[in-house]
Design a protein around this ligand. Structure first.
Ligand code: LLP
Length: 415
């Protein structure tokens, strides 16, 4: 459920019409709904009830500091993958002791900073990384809390580019190796084993892969007990899918219930790292139709948002709904390829979409709150879009539109 709805044939975000916000801030424009973000976070948090748990919002899905601030105010934890994300969390008022640090290439500097601010846990992805964390912690006179990212070799049944839990993927340590690596970790002076984690992929629409992964982790955890290694938490990563069009992913409550059925008898805190399930349907990308162009085979709606603003369709052939924002205009329906201004054939927001539109109209791409703005670029020297957060009947600018000068402000002419 989200707080985007039609009222008198006009699309609203909470209490404000999208057209009004678009006119005020210009397009292309990301608009987020605070109530939706909060609702989705609570869906996870409430589902665990009294069982010890921590919901760590995956910062990569939407790292805007106002989004992180909204999460922090709810008491959320954060899943980060870089120092940049850590600094954002801290700037937004996030609690370092609720931060878990994933990622395969943590640098010494990043590890030192994370130790300095006292994060909850490093999700370690390899033996050399384990040694590096141990060394850096030793130099700083600290003990680093660690979890091992186990790659359970489970097929997440999602797009290959966002599948991470197979042996052929670069992530984590295989189940077969993991016991040995835990023994090694337990022998190191400057790390403390506190958990186990996995993340098998993103946009999962079935429960079974999550449950298979959980079973493999439980088996491994039992073996570790024989080695005298006791864990404080189990982190099952993110990955729960959302409805972009007609997918029917499990509700967070259903997912959590299934996890608790397996885990409630263990004295373990459960950590989840949802990104998309919280942020995707909390945002839309509003764009203006600049031209309608028709040839023998196609109608094109050429819009002012491009693949630099939203790369998911180009990168993953992702299908995302595109909707009119004002049905009172009573345009004729036709089938369009909705394409952007970028000089690439893969620059489209959607293909073969039935829309009732004319040049000059605004349209909205739904479910754009995750991996939209966060993956945007300046390709074709296009300034990044503005971002707005709606809270009830208020719209707040949370990222101003870049200027042309911003495009080259870090560049230098030769002497
Ligand atoms: N934890 C880890 C370690 C991850 O690598 C990810 C996502 C998450 C949590 C959050 O996953 P989520 O709940 O959002 O599925 N750009 C792609 C998605 C890449 C996801 C990468 N890792 C897309 O637009 O579909």
């Amino acid at each position: 459920m989200d707080f985007f709805h039609y009222q008198n044939d006009k699309l609203y975000v909470e209490d404000l019409p999208v057209s009004q916000i678009a006119q005020q801030f210009g397009t292309p424009l990301y608009i987020y709904s605070r109530a939706t973000l909060e609702r989705h976070w609570h869906a996870f948090d409430n589902a665990f009830g009294e069982h010890p748990h921590l919901i760590c919002f995956a910062v990569k899905s939407n790292p805007n500091i106002a989004i992180l601030q909204t999460m922090a105010k709810l008491g959320s934890g954060f899943d980060i993958v870089s120092q940049g994300e850590l600094e954002r969390v801290l700037t937004a008022g996030g609690d370092a002791s609720k931060v878990v640090f994933s990622g395969v290439a943590k640098t010494e500097k990043e590890i030192a900073r994370a130790l300095e601010v006292g994060i909850r846990c490093f999700n370690v992805e390899s033996i050399p990384e384990l040694h590096r964390i141990n060394d850096v912690a030793g130099q700083l006179g600290k003990i680093a809390p660690i979890s091992l990212r186990v790659n359970p070799d489970v097929d997440a049944k999602t797009h290959p580019y966002i599948s991470t839990g197979l042996k052929e993927n670069k992530f984590g340590v295989s189940v077969e190796q993991a016991r040995e690596v835990y023994r090694l970790a337990a022998s190191l002076a400057n790390v403390k084993v506190v958990g186990m984690d996995c993340h098998i992929g993103s946009q999962l629409t079935e429960l079974q892969p999550f449950l298979d992964a959980t079973d493999r982790l439980i088996r491994l955890m039992e073996q570790l007990k024989e080695d005298g290694i006791h864990l404080h938490h189990l982190d099952l990563g993110g990955g729960l899918g959302v409805t972009y069009t007609d997918e029917t992913p499990p509700h967070p409550t259903e997912y959590t219930k299934a996890l608790l059925a397996k885990l409630k008898h263990y004295d373990l805190e459960i950590i989840l790292e949802p990104g998309r399930a919280i942020s995707a349907n909390s945002g839309i990308l509003v764009t203006k139709v600049e031209y309608i162009k028709t040839n023998e085979s196609r109608n094109f709606a050429i819009v002012d948002a491009g693949m630099n603003d939203m790369i998911r369709p180009a990168l993953y052939e992702a299908y995302m709904n595109i909707v009119e924002i004002d049905h009172t205009l009573a345009r004729e329906k036709a089938v369009y390829d909705v394409v952007g201004p970028i000089c690439e054939t893969s620059d489209f927001l959607g293909k073969q979409r039935e829309l009732a539109i004319a040049a000059g109209d605004y349209i909205a791409q739904r479910s754009a709150g995750a991996y939209g703005a966060s993956m945007s670029s300046n390709y074709n020297s296009r300034p990044r879009t503005a971002e707005v957060m709606v809270d009830g009947d208020q719209a707040y600018l949370i990222r101003q539109r870049e200027s042309y000068e911003n495009l080259w402000q870090l560049e230098h002419l030769l002497p």
